[in-house]
Design a protein around this ligand. Structure first.
Ligand code: ZN
Ligand code: ZN
Length: 361
């Protein structure tokens, strides 16, 4: 960051940055650690490099038209203005007005950005389409897409962005990993291998048993309800999730588990009881999507896993699944797993146009 001034063309800006660089020495280390923590950059020995997520952010900022935030010129410009103010060549009032204008402009552009897509060159993967065999696959802002059929793959899954190299390996070999850095809906980090199924869908490839880590101690807990998914176990309220005890079973593990908090909304035990008994909760309000939008939805049992069923919208726009949570296309492989069929929950036929979407972990 000290060297950022070298990248700045304008004389005056460069001069201002030669002394200061980006940020102050005191804040610099914290800024770098923050970027590593947020996974925008990664440290490899002494080198720092942008991650796929970091590059995606830069693409997004360019697409929205606030490239300024991606360039060292921004700091150079403001350092130069600070110097002019120090030297009495610029009034504080004018300086502050300019800062305010710039901030308002950035906020307005971000707020007005509605598109799901961003213009730009997102490269290609030189690998065959897993569905039709055509190559290469074209990169877009959110997906890699086949030009010959409808196959596409989201560039991120469960909060993790794939690098082109990882995607290439997965599509070429049919599997990859375990890769770390995935995040469940309730924010828990996990590592998992991935695989391609016969239709070119990307699935988590968890080993046998559906629970992560050791089975919890159920001996001190009172069961909440009988599990209607496997028909054998009981469902308990654990510290962070509701789960069937048979999720941790070695043979025919159960698939029923769901967060006690989902997208910032607490899920009451009564709703879980209702979900198990009828296959669906009441309409629950105040979920907050990753983009910060509040929405209402039912939780619904589907193939032994819990997913959303969105509230029906007013005429015209069907409640589209991809819009709010585009990263969730590939549901964990377990959804198709074994035991669910035995004693399926009392499933009501969903009315037309309502669509259960992403699986809730
Ligand atoms: Zn194809
Ligand atoms: Zn069960």
């Amino acid at each position: 960051m000290e060297g950022a001034g070298k990248l700045v063309e304008d004389e005056e800006m460069r001069a201002a940055m030669i002394e200061k660089g980006l940020g102050t020495p005191a804040t610099r280390a914290a800024i770098i650690e923050g970027l590593i923590l947020q996974e925008y950059i990664a440290r490899n020995g002494r080198e720092l490099s942008a991650t796929a997520k970091g590059l995606a952010l830069i693409h997004l900022l360019k697409g929205i038209g606030i490239e300024l935030l991606t360039s060292p010129e921004l700091t150079g410009e403001w350092e130069a203005k600070l110097k002019r103010m120090e030297a009495g060549q610029m009034k504080r009032k004018d300086f502050m007005a300019e800062i305010r204008d710039l901030t308002a402009d950035i906020v307005a552009k971000t707020k007005n950005f509605e598109g799901d897509s961003v213009e730009g060159d997102f490269g290609e993967l030189d690998v065959r389409c897993p569905k039709c065999g055509a190559r290469p696959l074209k990169g877009e802002y959110r997906v890699w897409r086949c030009a010959s059929c409808d196959w596409r793959m989201f560039r991120s899954l469960a909060g993790r962005t794939f690098s082109p190299e990882e995607a290439t390996q997965l599509l070429r070999d049919g599997h990859i990993g375990p890769l770390d850095g995935f995040r469940s809906k309730i924010g828990r980090q996990f590592a998992a291998p991935l695989k391609l199924d016969g239709e070119g869908k990307i699935l988590f490839d968890f080993p046998a048993g559906n629970g992560q880590g050791e089975a919890p101690d159920f001996s001190q807990l009172a069961p909440l309800a009988d599990c209607t998914v496997c028909g054998k176990g009981h469902v308990y309220a654990l510290p962070t999730e509701y789960a069937c005890e048979r999720v941790w079973a070695k043979d025919e593990p159960c698939t029923f588990k769901t967060g006690r908090t989902i997208l910032q909304r607490d899920i009451a035990p009564e709703q879980v009881i209702k979900l198990l008994a009828t296959g669906k909760t009441d309409l629950l309000h105040k979920f907050v999507s990753k983009k910060g939008r509040a929405f209402s939805a039912y939780l619904k049992l589907e193939k032994g896993k819990v997913g959303f069923e969105f509230e029906e919208r007013k005429k015209g726009k069907p409640a589209a699944k991809g819009k709010a949570e585009p990263a969730d296309e590939a549901a964990p492989a377990k959804a198709e797993a074994k035991p669910a069929a035995k004693k399926a929950p009392a499933k009501k036929k969903a009315p037309a146009r309502k669509k259960a979407a992403s699986v809730v972990e």
